[in-house]
Design a binder for this molecule. Structure first.
Ligand code: KIV
Ligand code: ZN
Length: 517
């Protein structure tokens, strides 16, 4: 007998985007949505349309393009948020509205300042209104992990009666332990008279490092949807990591009552794409997608793996999309070989103009580096700005950096600022420091540099260096990315990229920080 299906609901573009500094442009969100669709994610939570005009348009753009995954939009339990979500999803082949309201005594008293009975009425009204836009409506009692079970039973029964087809149980602050969370799911399904009319879902945060364990406990106790995000991106410590949930379910079919439909070989692609776009690096020892996840250092382990892989490996690297044969192109490769490789990597290029630009960059790289790997191509492509109709305020025109023993490192940078070129020289503690000082002297952003990190995309000193720069100004945090075989240039690109993001207007509202509804 085939197993029941476990629905994978990805919230990288909504909860993931709520991580400080992870805000994405509409075009970046669309790129990730396409990769999620290729991975066969069942539901893509594309954003929170009421948060800003930009996010409304991002959800609308994703709804227009995505065909095989359901596109979901988040809405607080109020009329204007729900109408905005419905409007953004209008052109989707398959759409879902996810509405929520807080149900813990603490949240109802302090945040909503509402009586519990009014919270139930508000939730029912919201679900009914959402039903006028789509049949597929999800309701979440926010902070369910700290809510009273009797109250949860009442509000869930009422929202299912109002038409909710999915009931999501968020452990919003990552407070629950696996046994406790699993038991909550079990009790809710057993006690709510109409529970069979809805799919129960998990939504666990990782504040205690238990998000995946709690999600699996929920599944063992009857949940048939897991909300998760690529690389575990999300508010504070993040959400349950999609790749960990999926591979745990796949690997432990002997113990789990259901299976996923996902194409797990796309996991590495999605992980790298999300990491590049958000600038959130994946730690080396991260399960499934960390660079060490399938590496064997000690002689004993290597010997065991060579004799029989299963001695120390419970999964195959190929199953998550890590191929050992990564050498793909070189200096003599032509345009069609390059295009074929892009297709094999599921990288979609929208126009001939973009393809030409990407090919030129590939050729430049091949001049500097004899072997071009998949990772190089992915990195190169994330560096190409797709035309999204928005002009960057700053463009890096040229850079000259000098370092000599006994001399102070110095850099001279030319920027185009609103199309007008300016040049500035500066010295510094090192070449990167001098470069950033020269840029700052022209731009005068006054932003605080919160993070500067460099990583190599492949092995060897001729590897592309990927730089992440995180800037903060007035509480707003942005990440900038840059890639180049020369890390000083990569650093300058990343700094300029972060400055452009800082200058772009943001009118975002956070979904969970508000008073009243
Ligand atoms: O963590 C949470 O409670 C949420 C809700 C909006 C579902 O993300
Ligand atoms: Zn959440």
């Amino acid at each position: 007998m085939s197993k029941e299906k476990l629905i994978i609901f990805d919230t990288t573009l909504r909860d993931g985007e709520q991580s400080p500094g992870a805000a994405m442009t509409g075009e970046e969100k669309l790129r990730i949505a396409k990769a999620l669709e290729v991975m066969k994610v069942d539901i893509i939570e594309a954003g929170f349309p009421a948060s800003s005009q930009g996010d409304f348009e991002a959800v609308q753009g994703i709804a227009r393009v995505i065909k095989t995954s359901t596109v979901c939009a988040l809405a607080r339990a109020n009329d204007s948020d729900i109408k905005r979500a419905g409007e953004a999803l209008k052109e989707a082949v398959s759409s879902r509205i996810h509405t929520f309201i807080a149900t813990s005594p603490l949240h109802m008293r302090e945040k909503l300042q509402m009586e519990p009975e009014d919270v139930i009425k508000q939730a029912v009204k919201a679900v009914k209104l959402a039903k006028t836009f789509t049949d597929d409506v999800e309701f979440s009692p926010e902070d369910a992990g700290r809510s009273e079970l009797d109250f949860l039973c009442r509000i869930i029964e009422a929202t299912i009666d109002a038409g909710a087809t999915t009931i999501n149980i968020p452990d919003t602050v990552g407070y629950n332990l696996p046994e406790q969370y699993g038991n909550t799911i079990k009790q809710l399904i057993a006690r709510i008279p109409n529970s069979s009319k809805a799919v129960f879902s998990t939504h666990c945060h990782d504040d205690l490092g238990l998000a995946v364990a709690n999600s699996l406990a929920g599944v063992i106790n009857g949940a048939r949807q897991v909300e998760c995000s690529v690389n575990g991106l999300g508010e504070r410590a993040g959400n349950a990591a999609l790749e960990e949930v999926v591979m745990a379910v796949r690997t432990r079919q002997d113990l789990l009552p259901c299976d996923v439909d996902l194409d797990a070989t796309q996991i590495m692609n999605c992980s790298r794409l999300v990491s590049r776009i958000t600038g959130f690096a994946v730690q080396p020892n991260k399960a499934i997608v960390g660079v060490n996840a399938f590496a064997h250092e000690s002689g004993i382990h290597q010997d065991g793996v060579l004799k029989a892989r299963e001695t120390y490996e419970i999964m195959r690297a190929e199953d998550v999309g890590l191929s050992s044969n990564r050498l793909v192109l070189g200096k003599l490769s032509g345009r069609s070989a390059f295009k074929n490789r892009l297709e094999a990597l599921n990288i979609s290029i929208e126009s001939e103009q973009e393809l030409n630009k990407a090919f030129r960059q590939f050729k430049d790289l091949a001049d500097k580096k004899s072997e071009i790997f998949d990772e190089d191509i992915q990195s190169l492509l994330s560096d190409i700005k797709v035309d999204d109709g928005l002009e960057d305020m700053f463009k890096l025109v040229s850079i000259r950096a000098c370092s000599e023993t006994g001399e102070t490192p110095a850099a001279k940078v030319t920027l185009a600022i609103n199309h007008v070129e300016q040049t500035q020289a500066s010295d510094g503690g090192g070449l990167v420091d001098a470069t950033f000082k020269a840029i700052e002297a022209m731009v005068k952003s006054d932003a605080n540099l919160q993070l500067y990190s460099v990583s190599n995309v492949t092995e060897g000193t001729d590897s592309l260096g990927e730089v992440t720069v995180r800037l903060e100004k007035g509480g707003r945090i942005v990440n900038g990315l840059g890639a180049d075989t020369d890390i000083v240039k990569a650093s300058a690109k990343a700094y300029v990229n972060a400055l452009n993001r800082l200058m772009s207007p943001s009118d975002r509202v956070h979904p969970q920080a508000y008073k009243g509804v």
